[in-house]
Design a protein around this ligand. Structure first.
Ligand code: G6P
Length: 613
């Protein structure tokens, strides 16, 4: 979390940084700030609130500078406030720094500095690290700032991506990363630095992804990369294949709505070139090149967080059904701290939209140490998780900006389905007919999602009716149980209504006590193996006067009649259904959130990319 931007070159730095911060705001938005360097003096401006609040507070200020750094924060140490916002200035005022990450041993370093007489103006770990660097810099003869930074970083534990400027160094930004992402855009006589490529794409498509334990010395016409041992590294330049339009709202009121409506095309992009419905074939190089490893897996362990974890749960049902390989789905944050049993023949599937989630990343490092093979299902191209994976398949959903994940989730489901089908086919655990039928069904998903989106207004009416409820219950069975969890998570995230997802049958073991005439209960009750069972569960809720909102299969009048409100989706095989049933739930949450006046792209306390544990 936290977004960072830096610029050095011939342009005015402030507009570049401000625009970049707006693009990175999904990473954190409780306060923001910039430091501009001009004529040997650094001016720092910061403000609690969103980037728009900073922008407003800057009106009338002198913003003339061709080098600067900017930050949008998601608080870890210290409450959101002007004082704790970044950039921070060093005690002498000579240095300014921004930081994304957490310095875990900051308290000890702070004490040492306090003993030396340092005073701190904020509660942040960042200010401690900055003064620690300055202390080394100023108290060691002939020590350059770069050298002081290297020494300091060897001492700290935790995660960081930092950008540092010095008042006497008029055109240089020094950057370093460990655990938090950093991309450097290479322009003509200028450089751009950012947490991801979105602030850069408008100016250049040539970028360098900085790796952990690397330091970058960035001037307008020079980029030097070094490791912490002071050895030079040749920067590896990558070409971005992202367009500016992909990160703009394109006429929609919110990124979330745009991303929900993009799903027919993002799912299509995800299938394109991989799924050949005519031939009845799936080709995925990440899978095909490692097929022996995959079909011989003793066990598959899926590691993920949040919405990606829900995609993992759907995959568990599907892989066990058609590949007959045991699957475990774990929260990466739990996996990394317990003592899991991981053996050589195990395959880890890591699922992540951002590819930067700290818990997932560290869990993977741990699994890798134990000899597991890592297969990444990642959306952000070139991200840390994509890079540490032994093989993988991108979801190709394009940049997802809305904090609540939507199109990345359906992309994950589509990729995981293709992986499962490929393994099953090679392993011969699926009949040819079933395989061909599922390939065909998958091919039809974009069209069916389009049909669902056409009726989005029906969900707006449902949202209007229930927007003032204080709780919601989401129930599903089988492949749709994880979708019930996802529906509840979406609603919580962007409407602040308490919501729980449960397996429909399990409801009798607790949640049924919550049911009264005020409780909306959302059933995912499409036609599948469990249909009769879930209809019985609906009866149980009806008998207790709960309000039933159901997602049903078109033409299922009996289930419609049982419901207070329903939304019908096109018929689909039960393995494919989750990619469809989640879409109305995304829309329902979106409408409830917006009708309540919530900024659904930036709901309180959340961040899109959780790069701290
Ligand atoms: C955050 C986001 C969620 C996301 C989760 C995992 O909590 O708000 O939308 O599902 O992180 O992120 P990842 O990028 O690893 O999928």
């Amino acid at each position: 979390m936290c977004g960072i931007v830096g610029y050095t070159g011939p342009r005015q730095a402030y507009p570049v940084i401000l625009k970049g911060l707006k693009r990175l705001e999904y990473r954190g938005y409780d306060s923001s700030g910039v430091a501009l360097l001009k004529d040997g003096s650094i001016s720092v401006y910061k403000k609690k609130g969103k980037v728009a609040d900073l922008e407003e507070s800057m009106i009338g200020k002198n913003i003339d500078a061709q080098i600067g750094i900017g930050h949008t924060r998601w608080a870890t140490h210290g409450e959101p406030s002007d004082r704790n916002a970044h950039p921070h200035s060093s005690s002498s005022g000579k240095l300014a720094m921004i930081h994304n990450g957490i310095i875990e041993n900051y308290a000890q370093i702070k004490q040492e500095l306090q003993k030396k007489g340092y005073k701190f103006l904020s509660d942040t770990d960042t200010e401690v690290l900055l003064n620690f660097i300055e202390d080394i810099y100023l108290n060691n003869d002939d020590c350059s700032l770069e050298e002081a930074l290297r020494i300091a970083l060897k001492r700290v534990s935790g995660a960081y991506c930092i950008l540092l400027i010095e008042q006497d160094n008029p055109d240089t930004i020094i950057a370093a990363r460990k655990g938090s992402p950093l991309v450097i855009g290479i322009g003509k006589g200028e450089h751009f630095l950012a947490s991801d490529a979105s602030p850069i794409i408008e100016y250049t498509k040539e970028v360098v992804y900085v790796n952990d334990y690397e330091l970058a010395i960035v001037k307008p016409d020079e980029l030097i990369l070094k490791n912490l041992g002071n050895e030079k590294i040749t920067p590896y330049i990558t070409k971005l294949d992202m367009e500016l339009a992909a990160i703009e709202k394109g006429g929609y009121e919110h990124f979330m709505l745009k991303e929900i409506f993009e799903q027919p095309s993002t799912i299509f992009d995800c299938l394109r070139g991989r799924l050949d419905a005519k031939e009845g074939l799936i080709k995925m190089s990440g899978v095909d090149n490692n097929i022996e490893q995959l079909i011989n897996a003793n066990r598959i362990i899926i590691l993920a967080c949040g919405t990606s974890w829900h995609a993992g749960l759907v995959a568990e049902y599907i892989i066990e059904e058609i590949c007959r390989i045991p699957v475990e789905v774990e929260y990466a944050s739990e996996f990394r701290y317990r003592n899991p049993i991981v053996n050589k023949g195990d395959v880890i599937i890591a699922i992540s939209q951002s590819g930067e989630t700290a818990d997932t990343l560290v869990a993977l490092e741990k699994a890798k140490e134990n000899g597991a093979f890592i297969f990444g299902v990642v959306n952000a191209v070139g991200s840390s998780i994509a890079r540490i994976s032994d093989a993988g398949a991108y979801t190709h959903a394009g940049p997802e900006i809305g904090v609540a994940s939507t199109k990345a989730f359906t992309g994950q489901l589509a990729v995981l389905m293709m992986i499962a089908l490929s393994i099953a086919k090679h392993k011969k655990t699926i009949t040819d007919d079933r395989y061909s039928a599922l390939v065909l069904e998958l091919d039809q998903v974009p069209e069916k999602v389009q049909a669902i989106l056409k009726n989005a207004d029906e969900l707006k009416a449902v949202a209007e009716k229930y927007k003032n409820a204080s709780d919601f219950l989401f129930l599903g069975r089988g492949y749709n149980f994880p979708i019930a969890l996802e529906g509840a998570l979406k609603l919580k995230e962007i409407s602040y209504i308490h919501a729980e997802g449960y397996p429909a049958a399990e409801m009798k073991h607790g949640p049924i006590a919550l049911v009264d005439e005020k409780l909306p209960v959302v059933f995912i009750a499409t036609k599948d193996l469990y249909h009769e069972k879930i209809v019985s569960n609906m009866q149980e809720i009806k008998a207790r006067k709960g309000k039933i909102i159901s997602i049903i299969t078109e033409g299922d009048t009996a289930t419609a009649e049982l419901s207070n409100d329903y939304f019908a989706i096109p018929p689909a095989d039960e393995l494919i259904a989750p990619i469809l049933t989640v879409v109305p739930l995304q829309l329902l949450s979106y409408y409830v959130g917006t009708l309540k006046g919530i900024d659904v792209d930036k709901p309180r306390n959340l961040a899109k990319s959780v790069t701290v544990e």
